[in-house]
Ligand binder design. Sequence first.
Ligand code: TYM
Length: 338
Amino acid sequence: MIVVSGIQPTGNLHLGNYLGAIRNWVKMQDEMDGDSRCMFFLADLHAISMPHDPAELKSNTLEMAAALVACGLDPARSVLFNQAQVPAHAELQWLLMGTARMGWLNRMTQWKDKAGKNREGQSVALFGYPVLQAADVLLYQATHVPVGEDQKQHLELARDIAQKFNNDFASEESPVFTLPEPFIPPKAARIMSLRDGSKKMSKSDVSEMSRIELADDADTMAQKVKKAKTDPEPLPSEIEGLAERPEALNLVTIYAALAETTPEAVLADHGGQGFGQFKPALAEKMVEVLGPIRDRFVELKEDREELDAILARGAAKAREFSTPTLDAAYKALGLVRG
Ligand code: TYM
């Protein structure tokens, strides 16, 4: 099993990233056997597809590395690296540009959402972004790609690109790329904004009150939970009772994910409670789970030397693991490299 996944260092790690992806990365790392490999990276090359501030990107990248280690990713067991330190990602993206079709990219919902009505004004990188994401996983022959629900379509595209490339440029017996599987954890795959139950919790939301960040202290977390949008009804005892109540469902989902249980079990315990009672319980659970992670994060983010060393070691390994596939892709395309 080869596990590969990435996260954009565009801001602080938030609860959606943690419950939807990172916690699952840590589990996969902890359950890894001798034949498996886990590779996790900071997708800084992806981050330049949107307008950005270079100094901010740099500090966010280092902070995100500290956050991942604080969450339990162990650089001694997983390969933890930064995308820009492994040029093979950008190289393979270009090689795959000949295979990806405009129509495939045009159908990506993230592209449609982010571009909105102003497609002409977007960077080419925003449009080509899923091709880089395909390169990220194909480069390492990934078999499993743990992601949240919102990235599933990008992973399906990576499979389409791999399949077409193999068909067009390789023999059936020796394909250049392995077809990766998106791996979506069954529990808490989607955490919504605290201000709007129909929007996912996101780094790019202008309202900080919409998300819980790893860097938030206990009081800030409690405050954000207290102010989270809800309705006046008490919690039902059955999950069907939350069908038309997206904000209430979100808070129950978050509680369940933090407590590593199901929303049904949360309702069995808390059904009948109003939010005046449930919200403090949720805040307490949140602080219990995230507090220790935050403390490690705050300490490590100041240790620049250690972070640089972790990323340099990870990048050296990633370069080594990526070389055979990159070479095979160049060769399959008939590109002369001496
Ligand atoms: P990014 O940085 O937006 O998010 C990182 C991971 O967190 C998940 N996630 C969520 N899960 C549940 N609820 C939410 N509200 C929520 N918000 C984010 C995402 O699904 C993701 O798994 N394009 C990717 C980064 C990337 C990548 C890759 C991922 C680049 N190359 C290769 C996998 C493989 C992105 O922007 O994720």
